[in-house]
Write a protein that binds this ligand. Structure first.
Ligand code: SF4
Ligand code: SF4
Length: 553
């Protein structure tokens, strides 16, 4: 491989790499505002100026290719003077309103002002004031004073979203971004401009002024909006999810995620009105009158399930969930087989062809249908439907789904006597028909894995706490919690939902039937399912890592 020298260290580079790319590969950071690895090079911010020996002028590292024998300095006196000058120019008209800016704490301009500027301004005149609250589209607000004209947002719309909805107008100090008159910044990926804007000029209408970032915790997770499984970071304050952001994974979503996944997959986790917040049973005396479910404790919910399932053996239809983890679905399959000797486990597919596009979005709107198929769980078939109508099944056991999605209604379930549900979100069918509803944890409250459309297994982790984690805090040592997704100290505040992971609920019911599942945490379920379902020995969450692992094509 060719080599060049940077800050007196000889480093290798790939032919065609720019200095900024080659330096990044070698672990050397060169400051940049306008350069982004997922966008074309525009070279307009000038903060990446470096000194190249034998060249008369400084050169921008983002558009100058590394060359064999080149000698580059990123910290020389000339470079530092240039960086100071660039920062001074950028800050001349900048409002310096960090105390009220959402970006504060994660702002490149703020960080670089600390690192690459002199910390004082020679500009005493009145700053150039501009509009501060411009709604660019349904999800993005623009603060014209904060913009440093890096053009990242424009290039993103043109090159990635393929929706050229932004452009520059005016010149000099008046230059600004805007949409075409009468048009909006409104495309399926519009909110990515917020993440890549290096300053607080573009903010989320949904997160704006909700929290300072240093008051939040951030947990790596995976989007549940479709089978792509975009890698995400869940931002939480006081046990409430405030935002999702994309997490870089070149093999899955690069740096991006779609707006629908970003906005549509977390609000329900916080919502006390739509969540199932504790186990519920329908009292005996109320059954005949169609009475309501009432809240209860786990013991009573387990004992009620045992009583409605006893003697059913092969007359139970188990409905798995493509919205649930591999661990939960494996536990259901094991529950059906080992407790009832049944293989009647199916799932309801969630295909929406209109959602798919060529960038990220997949027609399968579930995060784990591929995982279910890989474990031999098949979609509900015509045969299952006719078996239900003909009275083969006396009980239906559902995890994390609304069975009306499959077109099942009370009419074609007339011969079914008992329904047991595990739900995190209420649905009307369960409200009217369930004997027992277990309050299961939502994806953001548990450890587990999903398999995306290409067979990549990816981790989710607890970002918010349930009462179960509160209980575990008392039971386990902190080192154990560290291993399985340690809560930070903010976790223990504002705990609300009495929910448990589905695999754990199933283990408890199986135990009441005299079957010991053996596993004690989600990682042990994962290890077992990898062995039993995929023939892989000794798999752990460490093998999955932060970017997932393809274990099934
Ligand atoms: S709004 Fe942000 S991303 Fe767009 S040009 Fe201005 S600073 Fe750059
Ligand atoms: S493309 Fe799919 S997985 Fe990615 S953010 Fe959108 S809904 Fe979520």
């Amino acid at each position: 491989m060719p080599k060049f020298t940077i800050n007196n260290a000889e480093v290798e580079f790939v032919q065609g790499q720019t200095i900024i790319e080659a330096a990044k590969t070698a672990g050397i950071k060169i400051p940049h505002f306008c350069w982004h690895p997922g966008l074309s090079v525009s070279g307009n911010c000038r903060i990446c100026l470096v000194e190249i020996e034998k060249l008369p002028k400084l050169a921008i590292a983002c558009s100058t290719q590394a060359a064999e024998g080149m000698v580059v300095h990123t910290k020389s006196e000339k470079v530092i003077t240039a960086q100071n000058a660039v920062m001074e120019f950028l800050l001349i008209n900048h409002p310096l309103d960090c105390p009220i800016c959402d970006e504060a704490g994660e702002c490149k301009l703020q960080d670089y002002a600390f690192k690459y500027s002199k910390g004082v301004s020679r500009f005493d005149e009145e700053k150039n004031h501009k509009d501060k609250r411009i709604l660019l589209g349904p999800n993005v607000m623009f603060d014209r004073e904060r913009c440093i004209s890096c053009s990242r947002c424009i290039r993103f719309c043109d090159e990635v979203a393929k929706e050229p909805q932004l452009t520059f107008i005016q010149r000099g100090e008046k230059v600004t971004i805007t949409t075409f008159p009468g048009k909006e910044l409104d495309n399926p990926y519009s909110m990515n401009v917020i993440d890549i804007c290096p300053v607080g000029a573009l903010t989320s209408k949904h997160f704006r002024f909700r929290s300072r970032v240093w008051d939040m915790s951030f947990t790596d997770s995976v989007c549940t909006g479709c089978s792509r499984g975009c890698n995400t970071i869940v931002g939480v304050r006081k046990n409430e999810i405030l935002r999702l952001e994309p997490r870089q994974n070149e093999s899955v979503n690069q740096w991006w995620m779609c707006d629908e996944g970003r906005l549509g997959t977390y609000k329900f986790v916080n919502d006390e009105n739509t969540r199932v917040v504790s186990p519920m049973v329908r009292p005996e005396e109320a059954e005949e009158k169609g009475g309501k479910l009432v809240s209860t404790d786990w013991e009573e919910a387990v004992s009620k399930s045992v009583s409605v399932l006893t003697g059913m053996k092969k007359h139970i239809l188990f409905i798995a969930s493509p919205y649930s983890t591999l661990e939960d679905n494996y536990a259901l399959k094991k529950f059906a087989r080992e407790v009832f000797g049944s293989e009647d486990v199916v799932y309801i597919p969630g295909i929406d062809a209109g959602f798919a596009d060529d960038l990220l979005r997949k027609a399968d709107r579930t995060p784990n249908a591929t995982g279910l198929e890989a474990m031999g769980i098949k979609p509900v078939s015509e045969k299952t439907m006719s078996d239900l109508s003909s009275g083969k099944y006396k009980a239906v056991y559902v995890i994390n789904d609304d069975i009306e999605r499959a077109g099942l209604s009370k009419a074609n379930l007339a011969s079914v006597q008992s329904f047991v549900f595990h739900l995190n979100t209420k649905n009307s069918f369960a409200a009217e028909n369930a004997d027992v509803v277990f309050s299961e944890s939502a994806y953001a409250e548990i450890n587990g894995t999903f398999m995306n459309f290409e067979g990549r297994v990816q981790r989710i982790r607890p970002a918010v706490a349930t009462l179960e984690q509160e209980r575990l805090l008392g039971e386990f040592s902190m080192s154990r919690l560290d291993k399985f997704g340690a809560p930070n100290d903010r976790w223990t505040k504002d705990v609300r939902f009495n929910a448990r992971p589905t695999w754990k609920i199933l283990k408890q019911i199986a135990k009441a039937f005299g079957v010991d599942f053996g596993f004690d945490n989600s990682e042990e379920v994962f290890t077992e399912l990898c062995k039993k379902e995929f023939g892989l020995d000794n798999m752990s969450y460490e093998n999955v890592g932060s970017k997932g692992i393809v274990i099934r094509k």
